[in-house]
Design a protein around this ligand. Structure first.
Ligand SMILES: [Zn+2]
Length: 139
C-alpha cells in the first residue's frame, strides 16, 4: 500500500505522538550518558512518568518546559488572549507537579527539577550540568 504521507510529514506525526521527548531533555540525557551516569527514561511505574531516573543515586530528574510547568521566569508569560483558560491549565499542571514530587519523595527519591530556561545557552547548560553532577556525586 502506498504511503499517504510524505516522509517529512510522517516524522512530524510520529514526533507529535511520542510527544514527551523534548530537545532539552535529550541534551541532559546525553550529558549523563557521557559522564557515565546510568539512567532509565520515561519510567511509567513511577508517579509522573519521570523523564530521567537514576536508580543507583535514588534520584529523579525532571526537565520542565517553563511555559507548561509555570516557571517563575519570563519564558513562562501567559498569552493575553484566553488568559483565564491558560491560567487554569498551567495552575493545574503546577498542582500536579507538586503532588507527583511529594509522592516520589515519600517513596525515598530525591527529585531534581531542571528548568528549560536554565539550559538555553551553552554557558547556562554547562552550569546546570555541573550542578547536577555535583548533586549526584554527593549522594
Ligand atoms: Zn524558566
Amino acid at each position: 500500500m502506498a504511503d499517504i504521507f510524505s516522509k517529512r510529514k510522517r516524522s512530524e506525526i510520529m514526533a507529535s505522538i511520542s510527544g514527551k521527548e523534548t530537545k532539552p531533555e535529550i541534551s541532559v540525557r546525553k550529558f549523563l550518558f557521557k559522564e557515565g551516569f546510568k539512567f532509565r527514561k520515561n519510567v511509567k511505574t513511577l508517579a509522573g512518568t519521570p523523564d530521567i531516573v537514576l536508580p543507583k543515586y535514588q534520584t529523579i530528574v525532571f526537565v520542565h518546559g517553563c511555559f507548561w510547568h509555570g516557571h517563575n521566569c519570563n519564558k513562562a508569560k501567559l498569552p493575553t488572549s484566553n488568559a483565564k483558560f491558560w491560567k487554569t491549565k498551567i495552575q493545574n499542571n503546577i498542582e500536579r507537579d507538586k503532588k507527583v514530587k511529594a509522592e516520589l519523595k515519600k517513596s525515598g527519591w530525591t527529585v531534581l527539577t531542571i528548568w528549560e530556561c536554565k539550559l538555553k545557552s551553552n554557558k547556562l547548560f554547562e552550569n546546570s550540568m555541573n550542578k547536577l553532577r555535583e548533586e549526584l556525586n554527593a549522594k
